[in-house]
Ligand binder design. Structure first.
Ligand code: ASP
Length: 413
């Protein structure tokens, strides 16, 4: 049976068992944590090795710069669309209407300060690459790996042994990802049971409109915006894209971490979508760190929800501010569970909405995080296809293969 089918069964069984056990399902959580840890173990070596390999296999530095700029532009554009969808749905659904909440001065949560642009830029260069690797600082790792890859290209023959070593390490990490993924159905079963047990219907019902608005927005974004881009911009069949990313989506949905899903996304991009090794290993780690469309969409819905719940009217200028801040906030959001909630505080402060709103959203944040992370990861994969297609780095035979999710042997490119 294909892996995604086993994972799907694990998910459904997990929800049923969790609903039956209630909070007791917490007992199963360690099995899920074990799986998540095993995947996390892969991130740093995989990103580092595969990025070095990507750069050394590309040779052409101008092409690399072009890919970087194109990716960032598409990332930002789709994020702005996502947040507009969030604001639109927040207006239509009015999830906070009639709640009549009063700001309570004592309960204000601490707002997150926006980091300055200069400090963000300076922070991109690791003073100590080993520290960046040890701390899992993906953007710093990307910068160091790019530098190392370019240097290896420049020294030509002398660099070959190192290039071979990185190549073989990268292949080993892909294989290890495949092995760890065999455990996915069980890990995902345990995580779903825990979530379903923790959030019974009583917790979810009062906030059902927020949940519905976020989920509908997320589904629309993937089905309309991403599929549309695949079909209109790349001229490819969106169905193949949707089929090819199922494993990564399920992983994102249950782990609520785009960084944690990275090893699986890279596999999906290469094996199912036919994106070249170089492009996948450059575009996806970058996307997992800065491209968070689901998070932006969620921030739009939640900002409106909180404004409505506290009876605050927002002006057109406020909407514009929300679009700008949420786009930037989503870039600064780490691809880890719950990070979007912290960044929501930034959006709330900029438009002067009460921080207490965070507490209400926090109660159901995991449920919202599952959907938004799924979109974050789907967006990264969509961009990898667009870039692959425009740079002639996409194998259309693999992309159009009949059953892309049937775990074919690793594609060597
Ligand atoms: N959990 C999300 C992610 O990893 C970030 C967020 O909390 O919005 O993509």
């Amino acid at each position: 049976m294909a892996l995604w089918k086993k994972i799907l069964i694990g998910m459904i069984a997990g929800i049923l068992v969790g609903a039956f056990l209630g909070p007791e399902a917490e007992l199963l959580k360690p099995i899920g944590t074990l799986f998540i840890n095993a995947i996390k173990m892969l991130i740093v070596p995989l990103v580092f090795c595969s990025l070095v390999v990507g750069v050394t296999s590309m040779q052409d530095t101008a092409k690399m710069g072009r890919i970087g700029i194109k990716s960032i532009l598409i990332y930002l554009a789709t994020t702005a669309v996502a947040i507009s969808i969030g604001l639109g749905l927040g207006t239509i659904f009015e999830p906070g209407a009639g709640l009549n909440m009063q700001p309570d001065a004592g309960a204000a949560a601490a707002a997150k300060e926006a980091p300055s642009l200069v400090s963000t830029l300076i922070g991109l260069i690791p003073k100590n690459p080993i520290e960046a690797l040890a701390g899992g600082k993906i953007l710093q790792i990307i910068v160091f790996a790019l530098g190392l890859g370019i240097a290896l290209n420049l020294i030509g023959e002398k660099g070959e042994p190192a290039v071979k070593m990185f190549n073989s390490l990268a292949e080993a990490m892909y294989k290890l990802t495949e092995l760890v993924m065999k455990f996915a159905p069980y890990g995902i079963f345990a995580l779903m049971a825990w979530v379903a047990g923790k959030y019974g219907l009583e917790v979810l019902l009062p906030l059902i409109k927020v949940i519905a608005a976020v989920y509908i927005g997320c589904i629309l974004h993937v089905l309309v915006v991403y599929s549309g881009a695949i079909s209109v911009i790349a001229g490819l069949k969106p169905v193949q894209y949707l089929k090819g990313i199922v494993n990564a989506q399920m992983m994102a949905f249950t782990s609520t971490s785009s960084s944690g899903t990275l090893p699986v996304s890279i596999r999906c991009a290469r094996e199912n979508l036919g994106v070249s090794k170089g492009t996948a290993s450059f575009v996806l780690p970058l996307g997992a760190t800065i491209n968070m469309d689901g998070t932006a969409l969620y921030q739009g819905v939640c900002a409106l929800f909180i404004a409505q719940a506290f009876g605050i009217d927002l002006s057109m200028a406020d909407y514009m501010t929300i679009i700008a801040t949420a786009t930037l906030a989503s870039v600064g959001t780490a691809g880890v569970p719950g990070a979007g909630l912290i960044m929501l505080s930034l959006v709330l402060t900029t438009v002067g909405l009460p921080m207490e709103g965070l507490a209400i959203v926090a109660g159901i944040d995991r449920i919202l995080d599952m959907a938004r992370t799924c979109v974050n990861v789907s967006g990264d994969l969509m961009v990898s296809v667009l870039i692959g297609k425009s740079e002639n780095e996409l194998n259309e035979d693999i992309y159009n293969a009949k059953d892309p999710v049937s775990e074919p042997e690793m594609v060597q490119s």
